[in-house]
Design a protein around this ligand. Structure first.
Ligand code: SF4
Ligand code: SF4
Length: 431
């Protein structure tokens, strides 16, 4: 069967109107020293046509724009995209447009366009002012909090579907609930994507494939990088809030992926899948790379003006790239109790030695192990409810009852609120 693939297209390459200190992509400008960093009509046409052709017979096509800052292309570029796709996409196929932006250039005209064509907009925001402004600054070093909040309110006013892309780093890692509640309660955001900032100082190691064997103490990282333990605690704290109050109301991809893993399904997030290879990055000049995090000369698959994306995604090189994620797991991961949910996480962060000194352990391992072991009980509960055809939201009531069985009037012989049909003492009450 032909598999779908996901393309992150960068119409301005690495060019951005901001200068966020942790941005891993700004340096990619060096890959194209003589470029004007604007996607030309010829590349756009090849890209859109190939994307549609590669997904013939599938119910949905996603067209995703990212950067750099894609809004620097201007609205006319995106109007042409929408018009061209209207002629290319067959009737009955659902077309999803997504745009990842820092929000600075959004205004009423942009938002009216995004609403009209039902774009899903990802807005980069790292929490309240002091946390957001720590690293998300403009070219003059000034914080961008006011601009991004203005953009969030504009998107809301125009009813543009939008989500927050939150990077977790040294400046906000110890404030998980402040960040989460700010987005949920003050900005009314219902989709929150959490991304750990791991900045490697040994870029050469990444070029070679990411497998190294540093000790935790010697890990070559910047001081902006989130600590592994703090990342785990951040996820745990937000999860505990979400699982008791927000299931079905707030969508956090990390948690939804975990639900899939506990149900025995493939998680939606690539970092938790067994293999990768189906999420490629397209540069402004048509160069296709193995992944957004592997835009390096060694991972350039070719150019859409010379060969098709389908051929490049299905190529032995890209398959090998995808399988390396599974094949490169160190012994500690292979025997790990939460491997089914973690799968060693993203290869770009695998630069520690495992307990026995083998290379390729993820820098975030301690955090992921803490998180996945912590959520096991609630995840079993949610999985049981879903398998029984009951709404996952029921887990919120059950967990609150399990937190305080006496207040909920439960005895040890009461039916367990998780819906298993067993007595409390033989089910969640036994723990
Ligand atoms: S390298 Fe990381 S980000 Fe890229 S596809 Fe694999 S898991 Fe996803
Ligand atoms: S928690 Fe650590 S050991 Fe377990 S699969 Fe994830 S990275 Fe590997």
């Amino acid at each position: 069967m032909i598999a779908p693939f996901h393309v992150l297209a960068k119409p301005t390459g690495a060019v951005c109107n901001l200068d966020c200190s942790y941005c891993f992509y700004l340096v990619k400008e060096e890959l194209y020293p003589d470029s004007d960093f604007r996607m030309k009509e010829q590349v756009l046409e090849a890209y859109l046509r190939q994307l549609v052709e590669a997904h013939v017979g599938m119910p949905q096509i996603t067209v995703a724009w990212q950067g750099g800052e894609p809004t620097l292309m201007g609205l006319p570029f995106f109007r042409r995209v929408v018009e061209r796709l209207a002629t290319l996409v067959p009737a009955g196929v659902e077309l999803e447009h997504t745009l990842q932006t820092n929000g600075v250039r959004l205004d009423d005209e942009w938002c009216a366009f995004l609403a009209q064509h039902r774009f899903l907009v990802g807005l980069s925001i790292d929490g309240p002012r002091e946390m957001h402004d720590a690293y998300r600054v403009d070219k003059g070093g000034r914080g961008t909090f006011d601009q991004v909040v203005r953009a969030a309110r504009l998107l809301r006013a125009h009813k543009v579907e939008h989500n927050a892309l939150v990077t977790v780093h040294a400046a906000n890692q110890d404030h998980p609930l402040t960040v989460y509640r700010f987005l949920r309660d003050e900005l009314g955001i219902e989709f929150i994507q959490l991304i750990p900032i791991v900045e490697r100082l040994d870029e050469g190691g990444l070029e070679a494939g990411g497998h190294a064997a540093f000790s935790r103490e010697q890990a070559p990282i910047t001081d902006r990088t989130v600590s592994s333990e703090a990342w785990g605690e951040f996820l745990v704290a937000v999860f505990d809030e979400w699982v008791r109050h927000d299931i079905g109301r707030v969508f956090v991809p990390t948690f939804e992926s975990a639900v899939a893993s506990w149900l025995g399904l493939a998680p939606a997030m690539c970092i938790f899948r067994e293999t990768c290879g189906n999420a490629v990055a397209l540069e402004h000049n048509g160069d296709l790379y193995s992944c957004d995090h592997f835009v390096t000369p060694a991972h350039r698959l070719g150019n859409v003006l010379d060969t098709t994306m389908r051929a490049m995604v299905d190529s032995p090189r890209q398959r090998a790239f995808g399988c390396a994620k599974k094949d490169g797991l160190p012994p500690q991961c292979q025997s790990c109790t939460v491997r089914f949910a973690c799968n060693g996480a993203c290869p770009k962060d695998r630069f520690l030695a495992d307990q026995a000194g083998h290379p390729g352990l993820n820098y975030l391992c301690a955090g992921y192990f803490r998180f996945f072991t912590h959520i096991d009980g609630p995840m079993r509960l949610i999985a049981n409810l879903l398998k029984a055809g009951l709404p996952a939201e029921q887990a919120m009531t059950a967990l609150r009852q399990l937190d305080d069985p006496d207040a909920a009037g439960l005895s040890r012989n009461s039916p367990c609120p998780c819906g298993s049909g067993r007595k409390l003492k033989a089910c969640h009450g036994s723990r």
